[in-house]
Design a protein around this ligand. Structure first.
Ligand code: B16
Ligand code: MG
Length: 215
């Protein structure tokens, strides 16, 4: 029986995936390299440091740890500028209604995000109060596809993985959910999220009540 929903943030609840992409692209260009939108899929859901290392790896560039810190700081400064004036209008379609319906069905709700900027974004978009537990990049030691972020969320909600559904837009996140023993709902493209139990284009396509009947 499903007792809880655990949501990824970027690309599931809010349209911040595009801001991460823009900031990483600007950073890459700053150091004379580039990457494609297809490669960007691999950056979704993973930590800031791992993202930088992947980008450097694609360009076969090797730099010092100090320079990596500088570049991560630069990327985050740009990202924070992009999200600074965010408000509830940047919630993805149907998100507020979905959270409200889930609550009224008696489900517990957690966040399971790799981002260290999750709480300010939940505040700016006015959905923070829906969450019974928040696990983000400030709490975890292992990144998706490791299931740690979702297992911590389930533990805080006092539910077992098989009693929770994870909503994810990234390959790494879907893998993390499946490895942890959760039902994984992919948000995005079926071609990309091949390991998800089911894929929807967006939250607005899902009815929480029917979902509970199906799983
Ligand atoms: P930050 P999610 C992830 O958030 C993003 O998908 C990923 O692109 C980003 O690198 C990561 O957070 C870290 O974000 O730099 O803000 O700490 O999708 O797990 O909610
Ligand atoms: Mg995401």
């Amino acid at each position: 029986m499903i007792k809880a929903f655990i949501f990824d943030l970027d690309g599931v609840l809010v349209d911040t995936a595009k801001y991460h992409f823009r900031a990483w692209k600007a950073l890459a260009n700053e150091i004379g390299i580039d990457f494609t939108e297809k490669e960007n899929e691999q950056l979704k859901g993973i930590s800031r440091k791992e993202s930088l290392e992947l980008i450097l790896g694609w360009a076969k560039l090797s730099i010092s740890e100090d320079r990596k810190l500088e570049l991560m700081e630069m990327k985050n400064t740009w990202y924070l500028q992009f999200v600074e004036n965010m408000d509830a209008s940047e919630l993805l379609k149907g998100v507020r209604e979905f959270l409200a319906q889930s609550k009224s069905l008696g489900l517990k709700i957690a966040l399971g995000s790799a981002s260290k900027n999750a709480i300010p974004i939940l505040e700016k978009t006015d959905i923070l109060t829906f969450f019974d537990a928040i696990v983000d990049g400030n709490h975890t030691t292992k990144s998706k596809p490791d299931p740690q972020v979702f297992l911590m969320g389930a533990e805080l909600l006092e539910v077992k993985p098989e009693e929770a559904v994870v909503f994810e837009d990234s390959l790494a996140g879907v893998q993390a959910a499946k490895t942890g023993g959760f039902t994984a709902i992919g948000i995005g493209s079926e071609k990309v999220l091949t390991q998800a139990d089911i894929v929807y284009k967006g939250i607005s396509e899902i009815d929480p009540k029917s979902l509970l009947k199906d799983f």
